[in-house]
Design a protein around this ligand. Structure first.
Ligand code: UDP
Length: 359
């Protein structure tokens, strides 16, 4: 190919670039999505993050894959957000920026309502006012609450929502804002993902063929089971606890559907294609593998991949914890042709452990 032809092809691809905004892009799930998006040069990426829980060196590592714009801004700065969106030309927004700890949401609910609901409402408002037509929202399976008659094939999107903690409620309220806003603005469409339990770290092998994640969960006060278990295996914590062994589950401990973060991220890329097809309606999708593991099974898997028999105590139930959360993922598989690649609890635990070990 001649120089002139390659120049023409380059400028055509620039014209066809999709402008993507990712809020909370320095965080855990969003950094995995960004990593995947950076591998495709047709995506022009901007990350907006206030670095309250995300890290600048996550941005630096991402930039080593391909350069992009990073905007250090807080979602609570309404005027700045409004001006920023008006002066940009985003085709789609992925909104990850949120607080995610159930326990903290119980002790400090306003922190959750202000950020996860109020700031999200403002972002949706600014998006619509500045002509953004597509919006992908990170929601949570927590908002199903304690489901009484769990369907045999897992929780589907039509079940009633009944959050039992402020985190779930803060997300449910934002879902409603999106639903009502899209009804009133016919060219604004959304995808809501209700995440089940996201875990694990970047599946990346170094030159020696060793699993060597570049991204992972970095939340300082993270209380998530697989993170806590990997820290216990590494001696970062001297012990951990099982919160309740009197649930009506296979071994009495809570059951969750753990999904690898890279599989979760790839669903977001499917959402781009889904929303690109103008005949696809705004919709809600559960995302998990459709099978559950108990707390005890997870801990035993972490012990086996790490080779460390760390101390585990029994404690009472934690406030706001439903007994079982398992996804019915048939809708996302059918409508987005999403297929997981890392449905393997050992790999999830191993990647989380290797990530923690590299810190
Ligand atoms: N859990 C536990 N010990 C811990 C952390 C979590 O027993 O140190 C349990 C928790 O009660 C729940 C499951 O592990 O049954 C998953 O909790 P996590 O905080 O990872 O996610 P959540 O489902 O609350 O979003």
């Amino acid at each position: 190919m001649g120089k002139r032809e390659s120049k023409i092809i380059k400028s055509i691809s620039e014209v066809n670039q999709m402008n993507i905004l990712i809020t909370g892009g320095a965080g855990y799930i969003a950094s995995h999505l960004t990593k995947q998006l950076l591998e495709d040069s047709t995506y022009n990426i901007t990350i907006l993050d206030n670095l309250s829980t995300g890290y600048i060196d996550t941005i630096t590592t991402l930039k080593s894959i391909r350069d992009f714009e990073f905007v250090d801004m807080d979602l609570k700065e309404f005027d700045k957000i409004s001006n920023f969106l008006k002066s940009s030309n985003f085709d789609i927004i992925f909104h990850f920026g949120a607080y995610i700890l159930v326990e903290e949401s119980i002790s400090n609910p306003l922190k959750y309502y202000m950020n996860n609901t109020v700031n999200t409402t403002n972002l949706i408002n600014c998006a619509i006012n500045s002509g953004v037509k597509k919006f992908v929202f990170s929601s949570t399976a927590t908002l199903y609450g304690d489901v009484e008659n769990i369907p045999k094939d897992g929780l589907n999107e039509d079940l009633p929502t009944n959050p039992i903690n402020p985190y779930g409620t803060s997300k449910l309220m934002s879902e409603q804002v999106l639903i009502d806003s899209a009804k009133a603005n016919s060219d604004f469409r959304f995808v809501i993902f209700r995440y089940f339990n996201v875990a694990g770290a970047d599946i990346y092998y170094n030159e020696n063929g060793e699993l060597s994640p570049r991204f992972g969960q970095r939340l300082k006060n993270a209380t998530h089971l697989i993170k806590v278990a990997s820290q216990s295996a590494l001696g970062i914590r001297d012990k951990m606890a099982i919160f309740g062994d009197d649930y009506d589950t296979i071994d009495g401990s809570g059951v969750r559907d753990y999904i690898h973060v890279d599989d979760l991220a790839s669903a977001h890329i499917k959402a781009i294609d889904y929303l690109d097809n103008i005949s696809n309606p705004s919709d809600i999708f559960n995302i998990g593998y459709g099978k559950g593991f108990s707390v005890k099974e997870v801990i035993s898997t972490m012990k086996s991949v790490s080779g460390v028999d760390f101390r585990v105590d029994m404690e009472g139930r934690r406030d706001g914890d439903p007994a079982i959360l398992i996804a019915n993922n048939s809708k996302i598989k059918a409508k987005m042709s999403w297929q997981p690649k890392y449905d393997d609890l050992e790999l999830i635990c191993k990647s989380a452990y290797e990530w923690e070990r590299s810190r």
